[in-house]
Design a protein around this ligand. Structure first.
Ligand SMILES: NC(=O)c1ccc[n+]([C@@H]2O[C@H](COP(=O)([O-])OP(=O)(O)OC[C@H]3O[C@@H](n4cnc5c(N)ncnc54)[C@H](OP(=O)(O)O)[C@@H]3O)[C@@H](O)[C@H]2O)c1
Length: 381
């Protein structure tokens, strides 16, 4: 049956009509139309969607084509809403729970796309959110969490330590951290610490992905040295970055090399959340000067990098498909809901709501394509 045919919920429930913002063919504008009410797998949930966020990949697919998709399909990775149905193997979630989810439509087809009223979701990338947290604030997180987690924790990427909840951090470490306001760290403050924490270099600390990288890496025990525009220094520091430098400075690579050498703590690798050829080369130049290391990048590895630098390309869906799904379990099942509840992980960046209803999703893609700075484009439903 064509997905454009009206279809309503079966399974003996009240009749529910689903709608989606379809991309009917490659590179076409989105069209709002009815969509099949989804089937439900044993390890899945169905959510009544309340808010979606827009990511660069959505307009990239629409503008560039490719990505191996079958059309018509439904784009969208970030959703927030209430669970309406729960598969029989899913024990940690129940009907009525308020959740965020990374919708895996690119790998699994249109029923799993985020830009619809009732997306079908793998429970592996669903987490409850606190009662007081608005859907519009929380929906900024899912893809950025998965992407940050893939780059930081998969062994083919940086393979770092998993994050620890604040309540599980030993008291003496909390006491040391409490002496410094999280938003007020400077290099000098870092050097005053008795034991220097290993450093993660992060390119793009004010991006959506970078915002989750900072928070996860800090909770994993690393100091984050990052880059952003000066207007976003306080933003990145408030998320926990130890040091923020302006990537527009033509001497940025030399400055980072000198600061990291002077600081002296081991550098565990670089996370490139921008993924341009320039940013991969900049990260590579810093690591090479420090003796080599690994880069996890959202982009591709250009030719001619120093031999002592290894580059791994990040795929957000790999947290489910690789290493037996352990990264998805550690982050989505064991960390996200609890960290949001204890407020050690914050929804960031702030949402930029561009409208209410599926008809506004195309405008959301257009707005994201224009570029944002420490903001996430959101449509309420
Ligand atoms: N492979 C995957 O699975 C995956 C998943 C998600 C995203 N991605 C990709 O990752 C990239 C980032 O996505 P996003 O949603 O985080 O983007 P975003 O939030 O829209 O990125 C905007 C931010 O990028 C920063 N920025 C731009 N150029 C920079 C540079 N040269 N150095 C440092 N910061 C720079 C800007 O910082 P200032 O405003 O401070 O200047 C701005 O805050 C996109 O290319 C996206 O397609 C890949």
């Amino acid at each position: 049956m064509s997905p454009f045919h009206l279809q309503t919920a079966g399974r003996g429930k009240m009749q529910i009509i689903n709608y989606a913002a379809w991309i009917p063919t490659e590179k076409a504008p989105l069209e709002v139309g009815t969509a099949p009410y989804p089937d439900l797998g044993a390890d899945e949930v169905i959510v009544k969607n309340r808010a979606v966020a827009v990511n660069p990949v959505d307009w990239k697919i629409q503008s560039w084509g490719g990505f191996g998709l079958k059309y018509p399909t439904v784009l969208g990775e970030d959703i927030a809403g209430e669970i309406v149905e729960v598969g029989k193997n899913v024990k940690a979630l129940k009907k009525g729970d308020r959740v965020i989810a990374h919708a895996l439509g690119m790998a699994n087809g249109h029923a799993y796309g985020g830009f619809q009223l009732y997306p079908r979701l793998k429970a592996a990338t669903v987490a409850k959110i606190p009662g007081g947290l608005k859907f519009t604030s929380a929906v900024v997180l899912p893809l950025s969490i998965s992407t940050a987690a893939a780059g930081l924790y998969l062994k083919d990427n940086l393979g770092l330590e998993f994050p620890v909840l604040k309540k599980d951090v030993p008291q003496q470490i909390r006491d040391v951290d409490a002496t410094t306001e999280p938003g007020a760290w400077t290099l000098v403050d870092v050097e005053k610490e008795k034991t220097k924490r290993p450093v993660l270099l992060l390119w793009g600390g004010s991006s959506s992905v970078g915002s989750s990288v900072i928070q996860l890496a800090v909770a994993s025990g690393y100091d984050v040295f990052t880059t952003a525009s000066p207007a976003n220094y306080s933003y990145a520091k408030a998320l926990g970055a130890a040091l923020v430098l302006d990537y527009h400075n033509p001497d940025i690579v030399a400055i980072l090399i000198s600061l990291l050498k002077e600081h002296g703590a081991p550098v565990v690798g670089a996370y490139d959340s921008i993924g341009s050829e320039t940013t991969v080369r900049q990260n590579a130049a810093v690591l090479h000067a420090l003796g080599g290391g690994k880069i996890a990048t959202v982009g591709a590895a250009p030719d001619g990098l120093p031999g002592d630098v290894k580059v791994g390309r990040i795929g957000s869906g790999n947290i489910v498909s690789q290493e037996g799904g352990v990264v998805a379990k550690k982050i989505w099942q064991e960390y996200v809901a609890a960290a949001l509840e204890e407020e050690s992980f914050k929804p960031a960046p702030d949402e930029l709501v561009v409208g209410n209803g599926l008809y506004y999703v195309q405008g959301g893609l257009d707005r994201q394509k224009q570029g944002v700075s420490a903001k996430k484009v959101v449509v309420t439903l």
